[in-house]
Design a protein around this ligand. Structure first.
Ligand SMILES: Cc1ncc(COP(=O)(O)O)c(C=O)c1O
Length: 390
């Protein structure tokens, strides 16, 4: 007798990890796999700064922190984040990763049949969490460099739209958005009285600049929820500490609703939050080396991919994602390209359509966290593959 699942499970998928089962089968045949599918720097030798792990170790030895933490988060941590975000500490909630914060936001905001504006392409957690909460994904397009098309965004707002999601810097494209475009988004949100959800989890993981532009500096009194955490800027995804900061007029009821949801799941691991306190109060000196390593890898990928017949690639300016375009070849779509590439070369990337159902099936996401030598080796393999199949 099979257990009968809820209908909503049909909307839950996460192709970035699902594709791993396919890669394992190829690996079993003896082929070397280049794991360019998942954005986890720690699997590639990047490590969190020692002052964060030291603070966690000290907390582990202090019995105070083996209790349940206050549900909204450690008071000192909320105050430190409030200082950065420019809001009082009770306008900050701490989450088990920003992922939990996003889930709570969607639970609190969206009724069945209502929609959120999402960038196309966008990080798959968004449509998965949205759909499981009964909402609809309503995409706005981006241009060839993956900058939001604000004309399209304006057209996509409808009477059942509840908020605009902005992911800057962006996963899966590695794009950072110019000030003018962010100002236009703020203008559209203001005209339609829509809150903005700003996912800024890569805001310091920029390759050519010190940081990207934060929407809190442009949004004025507009309701804005900023999301961030330890996973990317602090190279500590396993800590599972993220936060939401609530800005602007009229944001109170949403903050209260999120606090209720926090109460109902009791607590986020307290020791890890003490590590986050160190992260958000110490200088971010580790980033210089991280940026240098990312720049070296980005340059290899950008030059290498654009040198391959049948592939083009916009220049990533943040994070560790590239989103190349399949310009030619005998492939039916991006999935066929990705599966053939895996089987023939062992290079594992993710089909672009996993990041947007409205995107033409001509893209793939390649994570460039591996060593420069491995990236070069893989570029050679992709080149050989395109010469044969392009
Ligand atoms: C854009 C974006 N937002 C959120 C997350 C998840 O963040 P966390 O690890 O804090 O749950 C990720 C993880 O890759 C991401 O790329």
């Amino acid at each position: 007798m099979a257990v009968v699942l809820s209908d909503r499970m049909a909307s839950v998928s996460y192709e970035i990890r699902d594709i791993v089962a396919r890669a394992r089968k190829v690996a079993a045949s003896g082929k070397k796999i280049h794991w360019f599918n998942i954005g986890d720097p720690n699997q590639f030798g990047f490590t969190p700064p020692p002052w964060i792990t030291d603070a966690i170790m000290a907390a582990l030895k202090d019995p105070k922190y083996s209790a349940y933490c206050p549900s909204e988060g450690d008071p000192e941590l909320r105050a430190a984040i409030g200082k950065i975000e420019g809001v009082p500490s009770d306008y900050v909630t701490i989450h088990s990763g920003l992922s939990e914060g996003i889930d709570f936001l969607f639970q609190a905001l969206v009724n069945p049949g209502e929609n959120l504006l999402l960038p196309s392409p966008s990080y798959p957690l968004y449509n998965s969490k949205l759909r499981v909460n009964g909402g609809l994904d309503n995409y706005y397009q981006s241009d060839a460099n993956f900058i939001p098309d604000t004309g399209d965004l304006r057209k996509k707002v409808n009477s059942r739209t509840k908020a605009i999601v902005v992911i800057n810097p962006n996963n899966p494209t590695g794009a950072t958005y110019p000030r003018k475009v962010l100002q236009e988004i703020v203008g559209i949100a203001g005209e339609h009285k829509l809150p903005i959800i700003a996912d800024e989890i890569y805001d310091k993981m920029t390759i050519d600049e010190d940081h990207s532009i934060n929407l809190r500096d442009l949004a004025g009194e507009l309701p804005l929820i900023s999301g961030n955490g330890l996973s990317k800027n602090f190279v500590y995804p396993g800590s599972r500490v993220g936060y939401l900061a609530f800005h602007g007029n009229g944001i109170g009821p949403l903050r209260d609703a999120i606090v209720k949801l926090c109460n109902s799941r009791l607590s986020v691991n307290w020791e890890m939050q003490r590590g986050a306190l160190a992260a958000f109060t110490m200088p971010m000196s580790h980033l210089q080396k991280v940026r240098q390593e990312l720049r070296e890898r980005r340059d290899i990928i950008y030059k290498g991919l654009n040198g391959i017949q049948g592939i083009s690639c916009a220049k990533p300016t943040a994070a560790f994602y590239s989103f190349p375009k399949i310009e030619s070849g005998k492939f039916k779509d991006d999935r066929e390209f990705v599966y053939s590439l895996l089987e023939e070369t062992g290079v594992l990337v993710v089909p672009g359509s996993a990041f947007s159902p409205v995107l033409p099936g001509k893209y793939f996401r390649l994570v460039f966290l591996a060593s420069p030598e491995e990236l070069q080796e893989a570029i050679g393999k992709i080149d050989g593959f395109m010469r044969k199949n392009g």
